[in-house]
Write a protein that binds this ligand. Structure first.
Ligand code: MN
Ligand code: MN
Length: 468
């Protein structure tokens, strides 16, 4: 009788096994190799602009061309479209007409960070400082006393664009936001954790040598501006048209004695950018047109010319329709309403240090495969575009067909908090869409954690979806 019960349990229970179990040496090797390639990408692309730049290079090496370079498009063609250098739309043209629907995997390439204000430079007690305004949802105290690097662009009035990256090379200087020493923090320690470090306390330490002329004031600020002028030809006024981002200066690395995890900045959502991108590289002659989206501005609500609400995405699809000779008054909307999409975004992984935030049956765990999030949102699923059960079933079948493990889950306990993704921007266009990505521990911190097993699973799962 006991065997019967065992067999029945085996048949009826949903198994959520550890993905690392029973892998062949060959599989393990592939997973670790893929993780190394991902970490290389992560370390060379810390901002949305760097992601677009590096991804374009990868695409060109794999036979993709700028859609501008094509007069017409036919099945098998490989194209991309850079939206202002901050978002990237990629397509492998399918055999079927577009209006039968696309297969879209959409990730976001922006990550929480510390931006410079437009009048950033000031001097205080002969120290040069930068004023900042944080970007995205961060726990501010996590961003102090860590090495920061400076990335971004400054655009002069004549249109000249200066690209800046300081703090990544071994010989570069770095920056930091200095927190108060514990000896004098008695008052600060009485604050609530959310106010422990406040927005206007996130000032970056940037220099300390005065300019050699003791007849003037603000000599340290002048020295810094002079250094910037000598190196880049800019003046203080040029910061008005700049986008400078401070991000952690350290590199992503293998984490754990068994090398099973990855610790690094910006894995939300660059882990899905990389896996979605690598997936589409393998697509040769799909039935449906496969589309990979790396979008900007997810962390601040999807708006803006490079966010996922932008009509520039419509423009990209319209251009494909035009160049394929399939333009008709309703073809764009028909294409969208027959399309299926994965919103490839990360979700919270269970953290053993904070068990009370998670509901164990419906949370994702490191090393158990990709997330499958039918709905996100806050409170009563507010703001969610909940995926139809029919579509979730299709995704399960696709994942199962290639052995991609998935975890049906949601973000933490009900009413504990919540969040949203770009899923709704695709759903509102008429697509069926579900969130599926890599579980991340310590999301939005300067040092986020993923499992190499899950990273590889996302890659294989997305690849299969493009071809479905
Ligand atoms: Mn995200
Ligand atoms: Mn995020």
């Amino acid at each position: 009788m006991s065997n019967e019960g065992k067999a029945l349990k085996e048949k009826l229970f949903h198994k959520n096994k550890n993905g690392w179990e029973k892998l062949s040496n060959e599989q393990l090797e592939e997973i670790f190799k893929f993780a190394d390639e991902y970490m290389y990408y992560l370390n060379s692309s810390k901002t949305e602009k760097e992601i677009v730049q590096n991804s374009k290079e990868i695409l060109r090496k794999n036979g993709f061309v700028d859609i501008e370079e094509k007069e017409e498009l036919k099945a098998g063609d490989r194209v991309f479209y850079s939206n202002h250098g901050r978002s990237l739309y990629v397509a492998v043209i399918g055999e079927e007409v577009l209006c039968k629907g696309l297969r879209v995997v959409a990730a976001h390439c922006d990550s929480p960070r510390i931006d410079l204000k437009q009048n950033p430079v000031y001097e205080d007690t002969e120290l040069a400082m930068f004023k900042t305004h944080y970007y995205g949802g961060i726990k501010k105290y996590q961003w102090t006393n860590i090495p920061l690097s400076m990335h971004g662009i400054i655009v002069k009035e004549d249109g000249e664009k200066i690209e800046i990256s300081i703090g990544e090379k071994e010989e570069d200087p770095i920056f930091t936001i200095s927190d108060l020493l514990p000896h004098l923090a008695g008052e600060q320690m009485e604050r609530k954790l959310k106010d422990g470090v406040q927005g206007e306390e996130l000032n970056v330490l940037a220099g300390s040598i005065p300019y050699e002329d003791d007849t003037i004031s603000e000599r340290v600020k002048l020295n810094i501006l002079n250094l910037l002028n000598q190196k880049y030809g800019i003046t203080e006024a040029d910061f008005a048209s700049s986008e400078i981002e401070f991000v952690p200066a350290f590199k992503a690395k293998s984490l754990g004695l068994d090398y099973s995890m990855i610790g690094g900045y910006g894995q939300d959502d660059k882990v899905c950018c990389y896996t979605a991108l690598r997936g589409i590289l393998n697509i040769q002659n799909p039935k449906k047109t496969a589309v990979c989206v790396l979008t900007d501005k997810e962390e601040v609500g999807f708006n803006g010319v490079t966010g996922m609400y932008t009509m520039n995405f419509e423009d990209f699809v319209l251009e494909i329709l035009d160049k394929k000779g399939e333009s008709a008054p309703s073809s764009l909307q028909r294409t969208f309403s027959n399309s299926k999409a994965i919103s490839a975004d990360v979700d919270a992984a269970y953290n053993p240090n904070y068990p009370s935030a998670f509901e164990k049956n419906n949370t994702a765990y490191l090393g158990k495969g990709v997330t499958l999030v039918k709905y996100s949102g806050v409170r009563g699923k507010s703001g969610s575009s909940e995926a139809p059960a029919e579509f979730v079933a299709e995704i399960r079948k696709i994942y199962d067909s290639v052995g991609t493990k998935y975890q049906p889950c949601e973000l933490g306990k009900v009413d504990k908090g919540g969040g949203g993704t770009i899923a709704l921007t695709l759903a509102n266009r008429g697509m069926e869409v579900v969130d599926s990505g890599v579980p991340v521990m310590g999301m939005h911190s300067p040092f986020e954690i993923t499992s190499k097993y899950d990273v590889y699973s996302a890659y294989k799962g997305y690849e299969a979806f493009y071809q479905s």
